[in-house]
Design a protein around this ligand. Structure first.
Ligand code: F3S
Length: 432
């Protein structure tokens, strides 16, 4: 493997012990994946920072690295933590957990990592430019950055993303290389997708089948949602699709014909997303084809047979301002019976607060929490039993990560469940 003089110096300890340790991690990964070189990264997103996942050993590792002088040399920001850093008491977080979580955040801040605590950094000032190399580690963020924004990132582990932030480099393999960004599967979707839950259900099905492949979607049916807001599809639908494929499979890049920047798409959608024409050709050889003509199997797999709902979770991936507005409208003048959390980034939460949306939502008894989400917060200790969510990713992970049974449906169905404490959601009849 070829290292530049600067990289060799870092590896030899010329930039200090902490940087040497980071470079050792990067070089070890490069050797495992047989990378020919390293590549400079524009930013790093560090996942796995919830104390729930990290535990005491992980915390000590971070504090030791920070004490050794580890400092990031490119913009680096955090994935969600195990709690709202300001309102953790309202979430029902134990003081001891909060203390340890704050130590994790403090160690990362010492290293220069921004406490954005979100899986949607691209919504709060950290959108990468097309073609930029990144070391991001949360799967839905990686998927969005690669697929919708045209940047280049593998799905890094938390420590390797931090090592990339400290060295400014990552190993040049996988999705950093043009040839690996070609589609591996053609997915023909014969359903008219109606909302974010349908996109999540589709993602669940496709992720299961393609694993870590690169699906190329052709939507062949009614495209009502594909014309909304001047975008070919709502941003929230793409977030739901990518998040689900990263959960049921390990998809880190997908293409949608006529929509995403590397799908050799028409110019209008490229302009809408601000992306360039791709250097990656549409595959010419026949690809393994997947035909989706029903989402019923996904809805069946992600839905437990529950009537009573005591917890509703919205905001996986973290809610956009548009979704928070929808929630505020649906809750106007009403009271929730079940606990309802809307989780979002601190940046979006602050804007929502300025616009009066948080106050309108919270007047109903619901809460808008920042910095965290249901999967990385210790909700299993909060006594909830039955959850409703509009996120296929959250529905996929809830039983194993949070010990919760769940209902999966649209945002409107979830709000109805929060208001009544019961799940009455039925899927609209239609082609899927
Ligand atoms: Fe984000 Fe948590 Fe979902 S990190 S994608 S809100 S599981």
């Amino acid at each position: 493997m070829k290292l530049t003089a600067e990289e060799q110096a870092m590896l030899a300890g010329g930039a200090g012990l902490a940087t040497q340790k980071a470079m050792q991690i990067i070089v070890a990964l490069a050797e495992i994946y047989e990378a020919a070189a390293l590549v400079p990264v524009a930013s790093a997103q560090i996942a796995g920072i919830s104390y729930k996942n990290l535990g005491g050993a992980g915390l000590e590792f971070l504090e030791e690295w920070a004490a050794q002088g580890a400092r990031v040399r490119v913009p680096a920001f955090m994935n969600p933590a195990g709690m709202d850093l300001q309102r953790w008491r309202e979430m029902g977080i134990a003081p001891e957990f909060a203390r340890q979580q704050q130590r994790v955040i403090a160690a990362l801040i010492t290293m220069g990592v921004e406490s954005t605590c979100t899986c949607t950094p691209y919504l709060v000032g950290h959108a990468p430019r097309p073609g930029e190399h990144l070391a991001w580690s949360e799967s839905s963020a990686v998927s969005y950055a690669n697929s919708v924004l045209g940047a280049r990132s593998n799905r890094e582990g938390g420590p390797s993303a931090l090592a990339a932030a400290i060295t400014g480099r990552t190993a040049a393999y996988g999705l950093h290389l043009t040839e690996n960004r070609r589609a591996t599967h053609l997915v023909e979707v014969h359903c008219g997708l109606r909302n974010e839950a349908d996109y999540g259900a589709l993602g669940y099905l496709v992720g299961r089948q393609v694993g870590d492949g690169v699906p190329y979607f052709r939507f062949l049916q009614e495209t009502r949602f594909l014309q909304e807001d001047g975008f070919l599809t709502r941003r929230e639908n793409l977030m739901a699709l990518g998040a689900a494929m990263g959960a049921s499979g390990a998809v880190a890049l997908y293409h949608i014909e006529g929509v995403t920047p590397e799908a050799a798409a028409a110019l209008a959608p490229l302009r809408a997303f601000g992306g360039p024409q791709s250097a990656v050709p549409v595959p010419s050889a026949p690809l393994p084809a997947i035909v989706i003509d029903t989402l019923a199997e996904a809805y069946a797999a992600l839905d437990s047979p529950l009537d009573e709902i005591d917890f509703v979770s919205l905001g996986c991936p973290h809610s956009t301002l548009a979704d928070i507005e929808r929630v505020a409208q649906l809750l106007e003048g009403k009271r929730v019976k079940a606990t309802l959390w809307v989780t979002t980034s601190r940046g979006v939460q602050q804007v929502a607060e300025q616009q009066g949306l948080v106050a309108r939502i919270e007047a109903s008894g619901a809460r808008v929490f920042a910095d965290t989400c249901l999967v990385v917060a210790p909700v299993e200790e909060m006594g909830f039993k039955a959850m409703a969510t509009n996120s296929a990713k959250a529905a996929f992970y809830a039983p194993m990560h949070s010990g919760l049974q769940r209902r999966f449906g649209t945002l409107e169905q979830c709000i109805a469940a929060a208001l009544t404490g019961r799940w009455t959601g039925r899927r609209e009849s239609g082609p899927c």
